[in-house]
Design a protein around this ligand. Structure first.
Ligand code: GLA
Length: 373
């Protein structure tokens, strides 16, 4: 009797423990995320693909470099591989006119943004432009605060198809409220624009992102070294439940593939094996694929990585499931992504540890990506 009563108490205690452990997870949406209707602009049924100026050029961006990127996107085969958007990041803007209209740098963009957008469109590509939800951008240029409707109208008039909205100089502003105001300004501009929320994971944008934008950054910035890539993977991979065709996508940040330490952001570069691993992990995590290298001077290894049709197909699979970590034994990890074709999934085998000698060097990741049933 005493033993039975003891068992019952033990059972009740266990039930209570499970309840108290799972309750916060349920309430925060990790176990059963709310399937809120996504921002209904139909622009990111699969993760967006394109190119962005920041990782390679930083603030040193101009009209010629954007035209060169658009030309090279076509001639290199990147456009045919699915990379559609050509996005100017920070530093295209200098000030505001007396009436508040945002002004592009007349020296670096002498033809103006509308003409550049037209050039990009003439190549069969789409055009993207960066701004910031706060008072100034991360490079200290004018931000959108107080000019949301005006800037959305200007972007629409210029022919912008995609806007990346950063989170610098936001003061005490609440990200969900800020990005909702910008979402509405874009929606009322009359031009469909893919809305990229770039607030580095602050206040869990994967929870409010689906009703606010098409993609949301989940971490701080990527840099050009392998440790930063794995740091992002570890934060982005657990968020799989929050992404999908009717929700939007966890944005693990722009690709670093092919920069080899020559870009504008921090890092000594990666090996081709590391760049391949980075690309494969972004694909299995259904992240946006936004290249960040010089498209006009890509070597063969970079082309092979960025334009690997099978890897891109994994990222773009219509079922839209973000892959998950299914096994981790001493840093030997297996990620699995269920695909649309019944009974198939993609697998990434990622070696996080220094256990094998690889090309005569130690401590290189080893990765393989293949579809299997
Ligand atoms: C932030 C963003 C980057 C880039 C820069 C531009 O750091 O996260 O992706 O846009 O600002 O200043």
């Amino acid at each position: 009797m005493i033993k039975e009563a003891g068992n019952q108490i033990h059972f009740v205690r266990q039930v209570l423990m499970v309840f108290f452990i799972t309750l916060p997870l349920i309430m925060s949406g990790y176990l059963f995320p709310q399937k809120a209707a996504a921002l209904n602009n139909g622009l990111a049924v699969t993760p967006p693909m394109g190119w962005n100026s920041w990782n390679i050029y930083g603030c040193n961006v101009d009209e010629d470099k954007i035209k060169q990127a658009a030309d090279a996107a076509v001639s290199s085969g990147m456009k045919a591989a699915g990379y559609t958007y050509i996005v100017i990041d920070d530093c295209w803007q200098t000030s505001r006119a007396v009436d508040g209209t945002i002004i592009a740098d007349p020296v670096k963009f002498p033809s103006g943004i509308a003409a550049l957008a037209s050039y990009v469109h003439s190549k069969g590509l789409k055009f993207g432009l960066y701004t910031d939800a706060g008072y100034t951008t991360c490079a200290g240029r004018p931000g959108m605060y107080g000019h949301e409707v005006q800037d959305a109208a200007t972007f629409a008039a210029w022919g912008v198809d995609y806007t990346k909205v950063d989170w610098c100089d936001h003061g005490t502003l609440d990200p969900q409220t800020r990005y909702s105001i910008i979402r509405d300004a874009i929606a009322n501009s009359g031009r469909p624009m893919l809305f990229s929320i770039c607030n580095w994971g602050v206040n869990k944008p994967w929870i409010w992102g689906p009703v606010t934008g098409n993609i949301w950054r989940t971490t701080d910035d990527i840099f050009d070294f392998w440790g930063r890539v794995t740091w992002i993977i570890d934060q982005n991979a657990p968020l799989a439940n929050f992404a999908g065709p009717t929700l939007g996508w966890n944005d693990a940040d722009m690709l670093m593939v092919g920069n080899y330490g020559t870009g504008a952001v921090f890092g000594e570069g990666m090996t081709d094996t590391e760049y391949r691993s980075h690309m494969s992990m972004w694909a299995i995590m259904a992240s946006p694929l936004i290249a960040g290298n010089n498209l006009a001077s890509m070597n063969q290894a970079t082309k092979d990585t960025l334009m690997n049709a099978e890897v891109i197909a994994v990222d773009q699979d219509a079922l839209g499931k973000q892959g998950v970590l299914v096994s981790d034994v001493g840093g030997l990890q297996v990620y699995s992504k269920v695909l649309q074709t019944s009974g198939t999934r993609a697998i990434v085998l990622l070696n996080r540890e220094c256990v094998i000698e690889y090309d005569g060097e130690f401590c290189k990741p080893w990765i393989e990506l293949r579809g299997s049933s």
